[in-house]
Design a protein around this ligand. Structure first.
Ligand code: SUG
Length: 420
């Protein structure tokens, strides 16, 4: 059966606050804070369990190896893994922090996914994102490619390598799909940013166009839409900070797009049943939308056919946002329920519930079962995290060789326990 499966990134043992993402206000404002990797991973697992409890299909992706000694060797550091790390940390602490980032947890940036119904060859296409605009993220794609080729090895899928780094691509975070039902043909909407604002535009239009060509999407059902500069300047470094779509519903801030009118007209023409739930700035300002991550929620169809939002607790704690959500579910719109989850550790680096998951519409039986989650596996993952993940990482800890060893050992234990 074709259904939507959310693949969450298991949060890795080096999760920390190094302020590596310019334009991401949460990342910048938590510089130097002490992180809690064990809590972070357990919060992520609790969210996965919550989604399963709603009756949704859930998968997970593994954290990538950090510190990444392979990348540091490419940059000229030599010796054993520990020697490479020691030399990099001593010579260039910022570069070393980049090699330590657990940023692959935000799997909405792992790849762009086009379900089989939209693709000319009838396969589900995935294009790994190059993440070339942020140094610490630009080292993810070779390992992400290897992992996705393992999970989606079945011929029902085509997994493409990243587009050339010249054109920044940040994956599903800048891609939305509207359709009458997940398995039906859809309208794919690629959202890009234009340079010239206060912060870097991370998604390049040419990268999106390349992905659409590679996936064999029908041009008449593919839209390329610019983010508004106001949204990027307010801290919406990805479109999924100001908009989210599910089946026939688009939930977006009024100021998300440069030309919202044109997008609404195109959607009405291509998918007459489309419903746009547009939140006016008079109800929720862009600043509150970004502070609360209202739109970085998971908009999901639950088994009774209705839609629900899985939101970060920060949305509950922001008065105008909470008031808006209360009125939303009291009304007659398609979104019938709101649920709040605690993902504070990820949120402090600008990653909400939607950042932590990659949506794949497919038949679960075509996916390597090691990547699919159930309650028993979630229990085993939680036990492993509790045993191996560091409790805290303070600003001075990244240079500690014991931390590197612990992180590598944690990953080895994970791979061995789950037979990867
Ligand atoms: O790329 N933060 C991530 C957050 C990604 C959120 N993803 C989506 N919106 N889909 C980023 O900016 C911060 C890491 C640090 O500063 O240590 C970071 O990479």
């Amino acid at each position: 059966m074709i259904r939507e499966i959310n693949f969450d990134g298991l949060i890795g043992p080096t999760h920390n606050y190094a302020a590596l993402s310019f334009g991401n206000l949460a990342s910048a404002s938590n510089q130097g804070a002490t992180s809690r990797p064990r809590d972070a991973a357990l919060q992520g697992l609790a969210k996965m369990r919550f989604a399963m409890g709603l009756g949704l299909a859930q998968g997970f992706l593994l954290p990538l190896e950090r510190p990444n000694a392979t990348w540091l060797r490419q940059l000229g550091f030599a010796g054993s893994d520990a020697q490479v790390c020691a030399a990099a940390h001593a010579g260039d602490p910022r570069l070393f922090a980049q090699a330590c980032s657990a940023s692959s947890m935000w799997t909405a940036n792992a790849a762009t996914v086009s379900p089989a119904a939209d693709c000319a060859d009838g396969r589900t296409h995935l294009s790994v994102a190059n993440l070339s605009r942020m140094t610490h993220r630009s080292l993810e794609h070779p390992d992400t490619l290897a992992q996705l080729r393992l999970a989606f090895a079945n011929p029902a899928f085509a997994v493409h390598e990243a587009v050339p780094a010249t054109f920044g691509d940040e994956g599903a975070a800048n891609h939305m799909r509207l359709t009458s039902a997940h398995g039906d043909v859809g309208v794919e909407v690629f959202v890009y940013g234009e340079e010239g604002g206060k912060f870097p535009a991370r998604q390049n239009r040419r990268a999106s166009e390349a992905v659409a060509r590679r996936h064999g999407l029908a041009p008449e059902r593919t839209l390329f839409v610019a983010q508004s500069t106001a949204a990027i300047d307010a801290g919406a470094f990805h479109n999924d900070v100001v908009a989210v779509a599910n089946e026939h519903v688009l939930f977006a801030h009024e100021q998300a797009f440069a030309d919202a009118g044109a997008l609404k007209a195109d959607l009405a023409r291509l998918l007459p049943e489309a419903v746009v739930v547009e939140v006016p700035a008079s109800a929720v300002s862009l600043a509150d939308a970004i502070r609360s991550y209202l739109f970085n929620s998971q908009l999901v169809t639950v088994p009774d056919g209705s839609m629900a939002l899985i939101l970060p607790m920060e949305s509950h704690d922001c008065a105008p946002v909470k008031a808006y959500l209360d009125s939303l579910v009291a009304g007659n719109g398609p979104i019938r329920a709101v649920h709040y989850v605690q993902v504070r550790e990820s949120m402090r680096n600008g990653g909400g519930p939607a950042c932590l998951r990659l949506r794949v519409v497919a038949d679960p039986s075509t996916i390597d079962p090691r990547f699919l989650l159930d309650d028993a596996k979630a229990d085993r993952l939680a036990a492993l995290v509790t045993a191996h993940w560091p409790e805290t990482i303070g600003p001075g800890d990244l240079g500690n060789p014991a931390l590197w060893e612990q992180a590598w050992q944690a990953r080895r234990a994970l791979l061995a326990a789950f037979e990867f």
